[in-house]
Design a protein around this ligand. Structure first.
Ligand code: ATP
Length: 352
């Protein structure tokens, strides 16, 4: 493993911002720290950067223990939310700055600046000053500067969050493609699940300073380890079920849902997590669950239907808008719900 973080802990005046965090990142891998505001993502990134001193634990890169090594000596690349370009330097001078610090010859600097500017598509903006650039262009320049030294590790903290939605999406795709092409190892912070799913080789999900799950986007979304993971990674309604002797699930109300409680002992209670895309609407007769349509909203690619039943939470179902029109349902109609097997997740009821 290229980056190994073990047992990193940091407390600020009574708040444990990062609590015994351990993770390993392979060379060339893109790993995202994901979680809600205040869960400790930025502090963990800053601990890795050497910008914050750990109370316990250590950071190793390429087999070297970085304890006591100051941030500037670690040689990592940084891209933060605030673009932090030098305002009195041109784009070219900004990108060249780390090379100059390292004493690179003028001709080499010029060549490298041209290469990097082309890489991030700002080669026509090299003579401009930061205030003459759009937010997206500034972030490209910041990325080029961070890549100038071919850093062993690139650290990015919500670099796209200040941009408008369209540019954010475009830059997201470009960033993924670019970093994959040059093979840099990256640790990325975001609170945006969609961004994490699209960008990451692996996602590290955090809650209150702790790492609660690490896995590929598919693993974390389709096999959440806890209710928190299920609810944070996407929409999920949680239904309490009892596990029958044959592994089937018996909701507190309604008919049995066929054998899916693979990890739970018969007789135990579980929490069934239902994602909207795995719930199908059908006539109530013979359906696995039955409820009443509370509302339906057209969201473009799908129509989301909220269904109330004798269970506690409202279950959401995503249906094709055309199917929805065919169904001709209106709020108050009785409706059946079938659960698509591949999307069912059952956790122990006690899982956090
Ligand atoms: P956000 O997405 O809002 O940036 P985050 O997940 O990155 O949040 P951190 O910035 O790492 O979270 O903060 C984690 C916790 O540590 C929070 O409770 C925060 O208030 C606290 N914290 C962070 N930095 C400091 C500091 N320098 N002094 C005191 N408390 C801090």
């Amino acid at each position: 493993m290229h980056l190994v973080v073990s047992g990193l802990t940091k407390c600020f005046a009574g708040v444990t911002a990062v609590d015994r965090a351990s993770l390993a990142v392979a060379e060339g891998e893109f790993v995202t720290l994901l979680g809600p505001s205040g869960c400790g993502k930025t502090t963990l990134l800053r601990l890795v950067a050497g910008l914050v001193e750990a109370d316990a634990g250590r950071v190793m890169v390429a087999g070297h223990d970085l304890s006591g090594v100051p941030a500037e000596a670690r040689g990592f690349g940084f891209v933060f939310q605030a673009y932090a370009l030098f305002p009195t330097k041109t784009v070219a001078e900004n990108i060249a700055f780390p090379l100059m610090l390292r004493g690179a010859a003028t001709s080499l600097r010029r060549q490298r600046v041209d290469e990097l500017a082309q890489l991030v598509s700002i080669d026509d903006l090299l003579d401009r000053y930061p205030h003459e650039l759009s937010g997206g262009q500034q972030q490209r320049a910041a990325l080029a500067r961070a890549l100038a030294m071919e850093p062993p590790l690139l650290l990015l903290d919500e670099p796209l969050s200040a941009l408008d939605a369209r540019i954010r999406q475009r830059l997201r795709r470009e960033l993924r493609e670019l970093l994959g092409r040059i093979g840099v190892t990256a640790l990325y912070v975001t609170h945006d699940q969609e961004e994490a799913l699209e960008l990451s080789d692996r996602i590290v999900l955090m809650d209150e300073g702790r790492i609660v799950q690490t896995g590929t986007p598919e693993e974390v979304y389709l096999r959440p380890a806890t209710r928190y993971a299920a609810e944070f990674m996407g929409r999920a309604a949680i239904l309490v079920v009892e596990v029958g002797s044959d592994g089937s699930l018996i909701p507190a109300v309604g008919p049995t849902v066929g054998g899916v409680a693979h990890d739970l002992a018969p007789g135990s209670r579980g929490a069934l997590c239902l994602r909207p895309e795995f719930v199908e609407l059908r006539p109530p007769e013979g359906a696995e669950l039955e409820g009443v349509v509370r509302d339906a909203r057209f969201l473009g690619a799908q129509t989301r239907v909220w269904v109330e039943g004798p269970w506690v939470t409202i279950v959401e179902a995503d249906v094709n808008p055309r199917d929805w029109r065919c169904l001709g349902l209106v709020p108050g109609d009785r409706v059946g719900l079938d659960l698509r097997r591949e999307g069912l997740v059952v956790l122990p009821e006690t899982a956090p």
